[in-house]
Design a protein around this ligand. Sequence first.
Ligand SMILES: [Zn+2]
Length: 292
Amino acid sequence: MKNAIRFFFLTVFILIFSLSSSITAQQQEPAPVKASQVKGNIYEVEGGRGANAGFFIGENEVLVIDAKMTEESAKHMIAEIKKLTSNPIKHVILTHSDGDHVNGLAGFPANVIIAAHHQTAKDMDNAFKDAKLRSYLPGFTFSKKMKIHFGDKIVKLFHFGPAHTSGDVVVYFPDEKVAFIGDLLFLGRDPLIHRHKNGNSFGLVKTLKSILKLGADTFIHGHGSIAGPSDLEGVIKSLEEKQTKIKALIKEGKSLEEIKNIFNIEDRPPRPGRSRRPGLVETIYLELTEKK
Ligand SMILES: [Zn+2]
């Protein structure tokens, strides 16, 4: 009898354990990679591992914007492209150097031309240790702006100064008024400024204002659904308000700790194996106090 009870509990335990582990597996499994048409021949790629990416189907070739985070997800993206066109992928343009936008490069054809801001190329050179990934370092870099012609189609690339990182690129399609802006926009959460990559919150305001001047009406970004100009305006407004308030508090002689308390900021410990990254309020404080 005892054995029967023991067996019963063991079975229940195994059942619960396998059920919960299958739930976690499901949670960890990302949504499948999916391409959806934005306008004309411009597509956004969502799902898989890594940030949203995109592509443009030109007359003779395909231009990809960002490369997903893993070789596998990049290959799924390429499979999505192949469903729509037999044109070869010749160029990949990177919006910046974060792993969730560039580590999938290894899944691309070896002869693809990779374009990025020169600072992004430098950051990738530091980050890429794997020999295969190193063969995908950008072969083509620029500093401020560049125009690419695909037949009669023009694509404009802009760098407006340090913002999310110091190598952010905006990929603009003037005919369609569509811009890929990488991680220059986050909706529903604070903007992300990578100080370790020389990002800058005042630079982000300047960059977002410059982006608005392009006249685009559709913005594709790394971690959310497609945005419009009012979304960018909202981020500029709240960021400027925060900067003004922090400036005033510093002038009043408040310390960083006091300012963090005023904004109800609780420091979270860094993720295992990662160095501590300051949040937005601390970043603004550091930018303002470093300038003196
Ligand atoms: Zn990023």
